[in-house]
Design a protein around this ligand. Structure first.
Ligand SMILES: *[C@@H]1O[C@H](CO)[C@@H](O)[C@H](O)[C@H]1NC(C)=O
Length: 260
């Protein structure tokens, strides 16, 4: 858990991180409410009090407050980081399952690439009262194959390796924010049995965020623009409990996606 360090040190860490991030510093907004949530999470014993204090206004809730976590369950003991949150303050259409798969297409991901020898179902507990749920969407990056024009539905990623994500919706009765939680990563080509590449969690996340925030994205006539807020402290940096033992930096990207 993030301990509160001196403000100058925190700023130093943040500015170093922003410099090394592919996302420009203007996208950075420190989540000021995080401290409050962290405090609540450390008082899990007072369950009744916690229930009353759950704050839905920021469009997502820290899953740890009600016993969830920011790692999914890939195996019994290991999981993949849920490193992107699409806030419930986003365009209501993309909070629906169909709308979200359309939005994912605007980012270059398609759920129609499903079914090609893809591995096991992951589960996640988003702390919304639903306990562990199977993934609700699996989408893969697709590649445009013809110069000058998109050719859709190639699902080339399945063979070539690339970025993909699994998604779960935080819509249980105890924290019904409507937010999507995504575990994004980049993997090797299929000959390598879908191993995540070195640093593949950070790389996959940064790829998706860059697609979403750098310029408006669209699918047919629907256009969106996302803003990102980077949140530290939800995920422990490092490789503890992380599938394949691949380190990740502990940052979670919270996207708020507006319809243009
Ligand atoms: C929660 O969202 C999932 C994914 O869209 C959906 O399958 C499920 O029916 C929803 N649950 C409720 C109670 O709306």
């Amino acid at each position: 858990m993030l301990t509160i360090v001196g403000a100058p040190l925190l700023l130093l860490i943040l500015s170093n991180w922003v410099r090394s991030s592919p996302v420009s510093s203007s996208d950075w907004i420190l989540d000021s409410t995080f401290g409050t949530q962290a405090t609540i999470a450390s008082e899990q014993t007072k369950a009744a009090v916690v229930d009353l204090e759950i704050d839905l206004t920021q469009g997502w809730v820290d899953p740890r407050i009600l016993g969830g976590q920011l790692l999914d369950f890939t195996t019994r003991r290991k999981g993949e980081p849920l490193n992107v949150i699409i806030s419930g303050k986003s365009d209501p259409y993309i909070l629906s399952e169909i709308g979200f798969s359309i939005y994912a297409k605007s980012l270059g991901f398609s759920s129609e690439c499903l079914g090609l020898h893809y591995g096991n179902i992951h589960q996640a507990n988003l702390g919304d009262g639903n306990e562990k749920q199977d993934e609700q969407l699996l989408a893969r990056q697709y590649y445009f194959t013809r110069p000058g024009g998109p050719v859709l539905g190639t699902c080339w990623e399945s063979l070539a390796g690339g970025n993909h994500f699994r998604a779960w919706k935080q819509n249980g009765t105890k924290a019904d924010t409507g937010a999507w939680f995504l575990g994004v990563s980049k993997e090797e080509h299929s000959g390598k049995h879908h191993m995540i590449i070195p640093d593949g969690y950070n790389i996959g996340r940064d790829f998706l965020v860059a697609q979403a925030v750098s310029s408006p994205t669209h699918w047919n006539s629907l256009w969106w623009q996302a803003e990102v807020e980077w949140v530290q402290g939800l995920l422990e940096p490092g490789s503890d409990g992380v599938n394949h033992g691949i380190k990740q930096d502990g940052y979670v990207a919270v996207l708020t996606v507006i319809r243009l």
